[in-house]
Design a protein around this ligand. Structure first.
Ligand code: GLU
Length: 514
């Protein structure tokens, strides 16, 4: 399977990944599965200064929750491991050395003060964003300028150094992005990026390219924010002699704020009251808590479906609801858009509601039971399942179940006064009394039987549904919201329904008199 697709998701454990990171992983996964290839996770932890405790586990748990399962990587291994760059530390130096030998890279010994002084000098001469590169490198302390012996003795003495790429002075670097087409960069705009540091660690750029090469990655699918780094990566492939096995690149569009104004960030979520992280996250330093989609009540399938459409759509079909299997079948990079995709929390909720409607009521009931237990309410499994069957048509999250169903478990202690005052009269009272007596003779309390019972009652008495149903609803549940009245009566059962109507007749009289 020499030519088969191998893609990787390569997060840095510098904090919780937000939904954009999960989307990158998802697209890599869908592409790999569609192409019968391999999906790899690689942890890019070379930047020790930005390492955040717990971020790696968080990322792995998030992907597992969404059903994005890797074929190679942490926890599963594979033939190209280790899959954590800090454990591959010994591999990178030889490539940095190779670049020095071929004249594509050099040692630089400049101290932070010297770098600062260079920037100040350049700024003073009118260059706003000075870089260490073709225009400045000849005036700095590096192996291109210093005598060979001095370089040797500095290295032998253990002086601090970095290895920098020697960016060509004036060259066009082109890459054919699978989403954006040809993208052209001018090397004169690029700096001599650090590839390796004397602490023995490569930087992201070198490690990323070396690992993609060693892991035989065929396609690099990653966020748009990495596009500016792509020309350096292309150059590294060339300089290392790997041009013919260079992966194809696809830079994904940004995920934008709901108003389309800029990249979606945690701050937007905090400000507008929605999650941007897949799971709950507690910042290990500040102890600040952020709520995740999972804990907010999202189904993993709904979340994965929702993020899949932030930048991709299979095109020909109108459909928006896709199972993971359908997404795999339909996924192509050609159908990823170039422009940013707006995140819309209302739409995210719509997805969850759609999945809620299809959810197994037994599973919902099991979850709801824990909420009921906290309120010291117990009921038969069958009854809770039947209530969940009704609730899932109207709720987006299980957390909304109690507020939409408390009246099935507890007797109303309050009634919607507005409706009672508007509707309760001697005439209505007589109607309800008659209804109650007819109901007590009704043996079939199923949805359909009660539905036709109520309709024929209204018709036979020459009434309108408005004369009967709103009052009956308040009598049974206390509140004006909820499923159809026949559904409420059926779920309450005959005995409770009759008792509640009888009690309400007395309570309504009191309310009117009050
Ligand atoms: N480590 C980079 C990140 O954190 C990976 C970029 C890439 O996929 O090349 O996103």
């Amino acid at each position: 399977m020499e030519n088969s697709v191998r893609v990787r998701y390569a997060p840095s454990p510098t904090g919780p990944q937000h939904l954009g990171g999960v989307r990158t992983a998802l697209y890599n996964y869908l592409f790999a599965k569609k192409q019968k290839g391999t999906f790899i996770i690689r942890i890019e932890d070379t930047d020790q200064a930005r390492f955040v405790e717990g971020a790696e586990n968080y990322m792995l748990e998030s992907l597992k929750w969404c059903g994005i399962i890797h074929d190679e990587g942490p926890g599963v291994g594979g033939d190209y491991g280790p899959y954590k760059q800090s454990e591959r530390k010994h591999l990178y130096r030889q490539y940095a050395d190779q670049l020095i030998e071929s004249g594509h890279a050099y040692y630089a010994f400049d101290t932070p003060e010297e770098l600062e002084a260079m920037r100040d000098r350049m700024k003073a001469s009118g260059i706003p964003n000075p870089q260490y590169g073709a225009a400045t490198r000849d005036y700095m302390k590096n192996s291109l300028v210093l005598p060979h012996d001095e370089v040797k003795s500095r290295l032998a003495n253990g002086d601090q150094f970095v290895i920098r790429i020697k960016m060509p002075r004036k060259e066009e670097i082109k890459l054919q992005d699978l989403i954006r087409g040809w993208v052209v960069f001018q090397s004169s705009q690029l700096d001599d990026k650090v590839l390796f540091k004397s602490d023995g660690m490569p930087t992201y750029h070198l490690a990323n390219v070396v690992d993609d090469y060693l892991m035989k990655i065929t396609h690099v699918i990653r966020g748009e924010e990495w596009l500016p780094s792509a020309p350096l990566h292309v150059l590294l492939y060339k300089c290392l002699g790997w041009e013919d096995v260079m992966p194809k690149f696809a830079h994904l569009p940004l995920i934008l704020r709901p108003d389309g104004n800029g990249k979606l960030s945690k701050r937007d979520g905090d400000r507008l009251g929605f999650p941007v992280f897949p799971l709950n996250w507690t910042d290990p330093e500040t102890k600040e808590n952020s709520v995740g989609f999972r804990e907010r009540g999202f189904f993993p399938e709904a979340f994965a479906n929702m993020i899949s459409l932030l930048g991709w759509h299979p095109g020909s079909v109108q459909q928006e609801l896709f199972s993971m299997e359908e997404m795999i079948q339909l996924f192509t990079i050609e159908h990823i858009g170039k422009s940013g995709a707006k995140f819309d929390f209302e739409k995210a909720k719509w997805f969850n509601h759609e999945y809620m409607k299809k959810a197994d009521s037994h599973i919902l009931a099991a979850e709801f039971k824990t909420i009921l237990a906290e309120k010291n309410i117990s009921d038969t499994d069958d009854h809770i399942v039947a209530i969940c069957n009704s609730l899932k048509q109207r709720c987006t999250f299980v957390s909304e179940f109690w507020d939409n169903s408390f009246y099935f478990f507890t007797e109303p202690i309050q009634y919607d006064e507005q409706i009672v005052k508007k509707k309760w009269s001697e005439k209505t009272k007589a109607i309800m009394k008659e209804l109650r007596s007819l109901l007590s003779a009704q043996s079939d309390f199923s949805f359909s039987a009660l539905d036709s019972f109520l309709h024929s009652f209204v018709q036979e008495k020459n009434l309108t549904t408005g004369d009967v149903l709103p009052v009956l609803r308040i009598m049974l549940s206390g509140t004006k919201n909820g499923p159809a009245v026949f559904e409420i009566a059926s779920l309450l059962g005959k005995e409770k329904s009759l008792a509640r109507i009888e009690k309400a007749e007395i309570e309504f009289d009191k309310l009117i008199l009050a």
